[in-house]
Design a protein around this ligand. Sequence first.
Ligand code: PMP
Length: 400
Amino acid sequence: MTGPAQAAYADHPLAERARAVMPGGNTRSTLFVPPTPPFAVRGEGAWVEDQLGHRVLDCNNNYTALVHGHAFEPVQRAVAGVVPRGTAFGLPTAEDVALAELLQQRTGLELWRFSNSGTEAVMTALRGARAATGRDVVIRFAGSYHGTTDAVVDVTAPGVPDAVGQTVVVVPQGDRAAYDAALDEHGDDLAGVLVDLMPNRAGLVPADPGFVTHLRETTRRLGAVLVVDEVITYRLDVGGLHQRYGIEPDLVTFGKVIGGGYPVGGLGGRAEIMDVFDPRRQGAVGWGGTFSANPVTMTAGRVALEHLDEAAIARLDRLGELLRGLLAEAGVAASGGGSLTRLREPVDVGELWWEAYRRGVMAGTNGLVALSTPMTEDDVRTIASALVDAVRTVKKETPA
Ligand code: PMP
């Protein structure tokens, strides 16, 4: 069964209202698909229903954040217990201590701080790295997405001051010669290196272990801070993807799944570096955030993580293998690992998104397919066949 045509969404009264009050009718660039995306009306487990009553299996999971799908009962129950007691305070609460304790236990990272988004976590990690080293230059890798703070977007992007380019060096991921050349040039002023070990926007290909070890060895030698961005990848391993590489980063940024469906960012790391945020210290790095570490998010995150144990991740891994196997059998190019897969077909991604959506599968607008714990093997088979069909349609091939 296929869903409504794109025009039915573009001409919908909600889309018209949105265009009258927001640029392009849009408030979040990352989920725009032309001519205008559907509006979500409700979510339940692995399913989302839009304003036209079309139901889709949600492989976007709010860009991987909803690892347990929508309205996950244990999280809803816990949140319902917290909300009547107040949602945000001008005091710390026991809930942020509890989430930090859980994350410390799972990852071994010594000290923690929370914010409202992954963008803020990355921004603060870079500030921390610069404060801890007294240096300015950050090396990051081409194509990786780390949110929207100036230092991590393309320096040629509109609105980014040219001066940002003086303190940020971008090299191709895995290119040891380019990285070593950047170290030769900037090593003395290197504050840190920021890396995502399986960067989604750069193609969702796992980083080369030898290269990652090299990053750890060189940053350690130069007294620079190694920051691993696990905003997406933390769903892949209880301890964080970095543990599979056998490295100990100085700082690790978090977001998405650690908020259990509520706005979140987190930074964990070695005490020696995290101490730059200690407000008792002279010249500490300030870190506010009116809603940072609010008890609703902290509770939701703790409960979501308690249900994302090794067994849950192993089951998701098997579903991911099944999906990638089915895509490969059908000749559809894909990359990824665990519960994260990315379609790698050279086609118009907007067109592909709509073809999959009409067939009842919502992917990320750039071809990301994220699985969630409420999904079954049957769901994964349904997802695979809808995606294969969608790819063939966009490529104008006759279905097999
Ligand atoms: N880092 C990575 C690897 C991400 O994927 C994202 C968001 N997709 C961010 C940082 C920014 O997180 P947020 O959208 O919560 O600001």
